[in-house]
Design a protein around this ligand. Structure first.
Ligand SMILES: NC(=O)c1ccc[n+]([C@@H]2O[C@H](COP(=O)([O-])OP(=O)(O)OC[C@H]3O[C@@H](n4cnc5c(N)ncnc54)[C@H](O)[C@@H]3O)[C@@H](O)[C@H]2O)c1
Ligand SMILES: O=C/C=C/C=C(\O)C(=O)O
Length: 479
C-alpha cells in the first residue's frame, strides 16, 4: 500500500515522484512505498500551514477543543484498524498497540483539547507604579514536529495535539520507518473537520525531509523526539536561527531494586520495564541494579520469567515480544550482545535471533539478560534500545546512586523500596527528568515529561507543552 503526503487537506505524491520502500518487520517484506519528499514538498506544506494560520490562530478555544476531541473519538472508533496498521508497520504486538499506542494517541488529542480551554496566562500588578502587566500567550505560527519509530502515532500526536491546540499550524514528519498511522491520521483529521493546512504531514528521510523542516527559515519552533546524535545535529542547525527547540532524546535508565521492596510487584513490573515494546521505549529500565542480599534470588526468578516470554508474530494474541523495527536495528542490537561477550559479561538468557515459523525473514530476537561485572562497560553506558537488559548487584545506597548517575543520559529512573527516607533522598539526587517509585511508566499527561543531560532539553506534557508552543508577550499598561 502506497502512502502519500497530507498537504492542505489533500493527499499528494511527492513532487519528485521519488519513493522509499516500507518494510513489514514481522516478515521482512516490502509492503508499500512512502514518499521520499524533498525540500519542495516541505515548502508546499509550509505554504499551506502559513495560509491556514491567520484563521486557525483566531479560531475560538471551544472550536479548537471540539475538533481535537472529535479526532480523539474517531481514533477510538477506528482502534482496531489503527492498531493493526501500527503493529504491521512497527512489529509490535497488536495487543500492545490496542492497549497502549492507539488509546494513548486518542488521549493526547482529548487531553490537549481539554487543556487548551484551561490554559491561562499571568498578570502582574506593579504596585505603587500605577501599572499593570498582562502576558499574552500567542501561537508561534508554523511549527515543525519530528518523531521516531518506536511509539509511532503515540509520540507523533503527543507533539501535534498541543501544537494545534495552541493555535499553531504544523509541518510534521513521522519516522520513515513507521509512517503508516500518521498517514491514516490525515484522513481522520479531514473527517473531524480540521481546517485544511492546519496539519501537514510530509513523509521522507531525516537527512532530507527532516533536515528541510529544521532548516526552514520560517518554521520557528521544532519539537523533536529521537536519538541523541540527531538531536545534537538539529540543535546545531536550528540554534543560529534562534528557533525554539524541544528535544526528547535517548536514555539509559537505571532500575534500582532494594531488598525491602514489594518483591512480586517489582518482579512483574521489571519484566515489563525491560521488554515492553521489544525494549524499544526510551523509558525502559535497561540497567538493573539489585541489592546484593536479594541478588541471587532475583537473578533466578527474573531469568525464569524472561524465558517464559513468547517471541512470536505480532498478530498472535499470546505474543509477548514481537519483531524489532528493522533489519539494521536488529543488527545494531545484536552487535551489543557481542560487545557484552567481548567485555567479559555473561549472557544469562536469550542472545539469539528467533526463527518464527512462516515468518523466517522477520526481525525477531530473544529477550536477553546480561550479567555485567561493572557499570563501566559499553553495554551499561550506551543506549541499545532493544530487548536487552543488564543486571548487577550493589552494596550500598551511595554506590548505586553513583552508578545510576554515571551515564551521559538522564531520562528516567525507577526505584523499588518501601523506605520513605531513602525514597526522598534518592529521588532528590537521581539525575533524571522522571523518577518512578514502585512503578514504571505510569503516566499522567499533566506532568512535565523530558530528560536532563544527553536525554534532551525542554519538557513536554500538560501546560509545559502549551507554553512551548506559544510565545509569551508581556503588555505593560500605565494608568
Ligand atoms: N526521550 C524520548 O521521549 C524518546 C522517545 C522515543 C524515542 N527516543 C529516542 O529515539 C531513538 C530511536 O528513534 P529513531 O531511530 O527514529 O531516532 P532518529 O533520531 O534516527 O530519528 C528520529 C526522527 O528524526 C528524523 N531525522 C533524522 N535525521 C534528521 C535530521 N538531520 N534532521 C531532521 N530530522 C531528522 C528521522 O527521520 C525520524 O523522523 C532512540 O535513541 C530513543 O531513545 C526518545
Ligand atoms: O520512547 C519514549 C517514550 C516516550 C513517552 C512519552 O513521551 C510519554 O509517555 O508521554
Amino acid at each position: 500500500m502506497n502512502i502519500q503526503n497530507y498537504i492542505n487537506g489533500q493527499f499528494e505524491n511527492p513532487s519528485s515522484n521519488s519513493w522509499i520502500d516500507n518494510y513489514n518487520p514481522s516478515n521482512g517484506e516490502v509492503y508499500g512505498q512512502i514518499p521520499n519528499s524533498s525540500k519542495e514538498d516541505v515548502e508546499q506544506a509550509y505554504k499551506a500551514a502559513k495560509s491556514a494560520f491567520p484563521s486557525w490562530s483566531q479560531t475560538t478555544l471551544e472550536e479548537r477543543s471540539r475538533i481535537l476531541i472529535k479526532i480523539s473519538e474517531l481514533l477510538e472508533a477506528n482502534l482496531d484498524r489503527f492498531a493493526e496498521a501500527e503493529s504491521k508497520d512497527n512489529g509490535k504486538p497488536v495487543s500492545l498497540a490496542k492497549m497502549v499506542d492507539i488509546p494513548r494517541a486518542a488521549s493526547n488529542f482529548r487531553f490537549f483539547g481539554n487543556a487548551i480551554t484551561q490554559f491561562a496566562s499571568e498578570s502582574h500588578e506593579s504596585v505603587g507604579q500605577n501599572a499593570v502587566n498582562y502576558t499574552l500567550r500567542q501561537p508561534i505560527g508554523v511549527v515543525g514536529c519530528i518523531s521516531p519509530w518506536n511509539l509511532p502515532l503515540y509520540l507523533f500526536t503527543w507533539k501535534i495535539a498541543p501544537a494545534i491546540a495552541a493555535g499553531n499550524c504544523v509541518v510534521a514528519k513521522p519516522s520513515e520507518v513507521t509512517p503508516m498511522t500518521a498517514y491514516l491520521l490525515g484522513k481522520i483529521c479531514n473527517e473531524a473537520g480540521l481546517p485544511k493546512g492546519v496539519l501537514n504531514i510530509v513523509h521522507g528521510l531525516g537527512t532530507t525531509t527532516g533536515q528541510a523542516i529544521v532548516e526552514h527559515p520560517n518554521i520557528k519552533a521544532i519539537s523533536f523526539t529521537g536519538g541523541t546524535a540527531t538531536g545534537a545535529h538539529i540543535a546545531k542547525v536550528a540554534a543560529p536561527m534562534f528557533k525554539k527547540l524541544s528535544l526528547e532524546l535517548g536514555g539509559k535508565n537505571p532500575n534500582i531494586i532494594f531488598a525491602d521492596c514489594d518483591y512480586d510487584d517489582m518482579l512483574n513490573t521489571t519484566v515489563r520495564s525491560s521488554f515492553a515494546n521489544q525494549g524499544q521505549i526510551c523509558l525502559c529500565g535497561s540497567r538493573i541494579f539489585v541489592e546484593e542480599t536479594i541478588y541471587d534470588k532475583f537473578k533466578a526468578d527474573f531469568v525464569n520469567k524472561v524465558k517464559d516470554l513468547k517471541v512470536g508474530h505480532p498478530s498472535e494474541t499470546d505474543t509477548n515480544i514481537g519483531a524489532l523495527v528493522s533489519k539494521p536495528h536488529l543488527e545494531k542490537v545484536k552487535s551489543y550482545i557481542e560487545i557484552a561477550k567481548e567485555e567479559g559479561a555473561t549472557v544469562l538468557c536469550g542472545g539469539n535471533e528467533v526463527s518464527v515459523e512462516g515468518y523466517e525473514n522477520g526481525y525477531y530476537l530473544q529477550p536477553t539478560v546480561i550479567e555485567v561485572k561493572t557499570d563501566d562497560c559499553r553495554v551499561n553506558q550506551e543506549e541499545i534500545f532493544g530487548p536487552v537488559v543488564t543486571i548487577m548487584p550493589f552494596k550500598t545506597e551511595d554506590d548505586v546512586l553513583e552508578m545510576a548517575n554515571k551515564v551521559k543520559y538522564g531520562l528516567s529512573a525507577t526505584l523499588w523500596t518501601n523506605n520513605l527516607k531513602r525514597t526522598m533522598r534518592m529521588s532528590n539526587q537521581l539525575q533524571a527528568g522522571i523518577v518512578w517509585i514502585n512503578t514504571w511508566m505510569m503516566r499522567d499527561l499533566r506532568t512535565p515529561f523530558g530528560g536532563v543531560k544527553a536525554s534532551g532539553v525542554g519538557r513536554e506534557g500538560g501546560f509545559e507543552a502549551l507554553r512551548f508552543f506559544t510565545e509569551a508577550k508581556n503588555v505593560c499598561i500605565k494608568y
